[in-house]
Design a protein around this ligand. Structure first.
Ligand SMILES: NC(=O)c1ccc[n+]([C@@H]2O[C@H](COP(=O)([O-])OP(=O)(O)OC[C@H]3O[C@@H](n4cnc5c(N)ncnc54)[C@H](O)[C@@H]3O)[C@@H](O)[C@H]2O)c1
Length: 360
C-alpha cells in the first residue's frame, strides 16, 4: 500500500496515528486510524469494504475514527476514537488467515486500538480476530462477548427519542405519538418493540421482503408503507431513520411532516447545512452519534467482562445526555449537532488534560 502523506489535511487537531497494514499472502490491505486516545484506548469497528481506491479507504477511516472519538466521549466511556478499514470485498476476500493477519496488526498496537464489528464484519469474524489479539470486542456470547450490539443501540435510540419528546411535547414518552421507522433491520425491529410497548403507533417501511414479513407476522398493528418517500409524507410525529446514511437530504427535510427526527442510522445528515435547515423548519434533530451509541456502549462493556445490566444502565443515560444537548443547543442558540460536538470536545479536553498530572 502507499504511504500516508498527511494526517487529516483539513482537520487542525489531526489524527494521532494512522497505520497501513499489508500481508501479501492473504491479500490483506488495511488501515487503522487512531484519532484520539485522550480518554483511553481508541475503540471503533472494522469496516470491510471494496473501496474504489486507497484514497477512498483512507478518507473513510479518517472520518470514521474521528466520529468514534466524539461518540465514545459523549457515551461517557473511558475510550478514545479509532476505526479500521479492510480494503476488499467481504464476500470474496474474507478468510480465516486474512482476519487473523489483521488481528496480529491490531495486537501490534498493544492496546492503543480495540476493534469491533462494522459494515462487512460480524460477531463470528471478531471471534477469529480474537485468536490473534486481546484487543477485540463484539465477540460472540460463547466467547465471553456482548453479542449483537443492535439490542442496546435500539434501547439508546428509544431513550434519545424520549428526551426529544419531553423537549417538544413536555413529557418523556411516545405514548399517543405516531413514529415512522425507515428500515426494519436489527435496530429498527428492536426499536419498534420499544415504541409499541410505550404506547406509540408505528408506521414503517423496508426494501427487504423478509423484514416486511417479520412486521406483518410479529406486529400486525404496524402500518407498512411502500417506501421512505411515503413514510416522510405520512402524518407522523417522529421520523426514525434506521436504514442507511444520508437519510436527511434537502428534499426530505423540505417535505418531512414530523416534529422530531431520532433514529439509529449513522451519518443521517446528507451535508453539513442540513441541521440548520431542520432547525429552520422547527424540526428537532437528535444527533445520530449521540442516540445510537448504545451499540458501542454494549461492546465497550466487554472490555471489563460483559455485564448486560451494567451496559443497559449506561445506554439508558443516553436520555440524560440528549436532554443536556438539547438544553445546551437552546441556551447557545445552535443546532443540537453543534451542541453535541461542543460537549464531546469539552469532555475530551477536560478529562484528557488530567493525564498531565504526573503519577509515579
Ligand atoms: N447494529 C448496531 O448496533 C448499530 C449501531 C450504531 C449504528 N447503527 C446504524 O443503524 C443502521 C441500521 O443498522 P442495523 O444493524 O439495523 O442494519 P441492518 O442491515 O440489520 O438493517 C438495515 C435495514 O434497512 C433496510 N433498508 C435498506 N435500504 C432501505 C431503504 N432505502 N428504505 C427502507 N429500508 C431500507 C434493510 O433492508 C434492512 O432491513 C445503520 O445505519 C447502522 O450503521 C447500527
Amino acid at each position: 500500500m502507499g504511504v500516508f502523506h498527511s494526517t487529516g489535511g483539513q482537520d487542525p487537531a489531526g489524527h494521532e496515528q494512522v497505520v497501513f497494514c499489508q500481508d501479501r499472502h492473504t491479500g490483506l490491505k488495511a488501515i487503522i486510524g487512531i484519532y484520539s486516545t485522550a480518554l483511553g484506548p481508541a475503540l471503533g469497528g472494522t469496516r470491510f469494504y471494496p473501496y474504489p481506491s486507497e484514497e477512498a479507504a483512507l478518507s473513510d477511516v479518517l472520518d470514521l475514527s474521528r466520529g468514534m472519538a466524539y461518540k465514545n466521549a459523549l457515551a461517557g466511556l473511558d475510550l478514545g476514537g479509532g476505526k479500521g478499514v479492510i480494503w476488499g470485498d467481504p464476500e470474496l476476500g474474507k478468510s480465516e488467515a486474512l482476519l487473523r493477519a489483521y488481528g496480529r496488526f491490531v495486537q501490534s498496537l498493544n492496546g492503543r486500538y480495540y476493534t469491533a464489528c462494522d459494515v462487512g464484519t460480524y460477531v463470528a469474524d471478531m471471534d477469529v480476530i480474537a485468536r490473534e489479539t486481546r484487543f477485540v470486542t463484539g465477540r460472540s456470547v460463547e466467547h465471553g462477548g456482548a453479542g449483537d450490539s443492535s439490542v442496546l443501540t435500539a434501547w439508546g435510540v428509544f431513550q434519545g427519542m424520549r428526551a426529544a419528546a419531553e423537549h417538544v411535547w413536555g413529557s418523556p414518552t411516545l405514548a399517543g405519538r405516531r413514529v415512522g421507522v425507515a428500515g426494519l433491520g436489527k435496530v429498527g425491529k428492536h426499536l419498534t418493540a420499544h415504541l409499541l410497548d410505550d404506547g406509540a403507533s408505528v408506521v414503517a417501511t423496508d426494501v427487504n421482503e423478509s423484514a416486511l414479513r417479520w412486521a406483518r407476522e410479529t406486529y400486525p398493528q404496524v402500518d407498512l408503507v411502500a417506501d421512505t418517500a411515503a413514510l416522510i409524507a405520512a402524518d407522523i410525529d417522529v421520523y426514525a431513520p434506521c436504514a442507511l446514511g444520508g437519510a436527511l437530504d434537502d428534499d426530505t427535510v423540505a417535505t418531512l411532516r414530523a416534529k422530531v427526527v431520532t433514529g439509529g442510522a449513522n451519518n443521517q445528515l446528507a451535508h453539513p447545512g442540513i441541521d440548520k435547515m431542520l432547525a429552520d423548519r422547527g424540526i428537532l434533530y437528535t444527533p445520530d452519534y449521540v442516540v445510537n451509541a448504545g451499540g458501542v456502549i454494549q461492546v465497550a462493556d466487554e472490555i471489563e467482562g460483559f455485564n448486560f445490566e451494567r451496559a443497559k444502565l449506561r445506554a439508558t443515560r443516553i436520555f440524560d445526555t440528549t436532554r443536556e444537548i438539547l438544553r445546551l443547543a437552546d441556551a447557545e442558540g445552535v443546532p443540537p449537532a453543534a451542541a453535541a460536538d461542543r460537549l464531546a470536545e469539552r469532555r475530551m479536553a477536560e478529562v484528557g488534560r488530567l493525564r498531565t498530572i504526573h503519577l509515579s
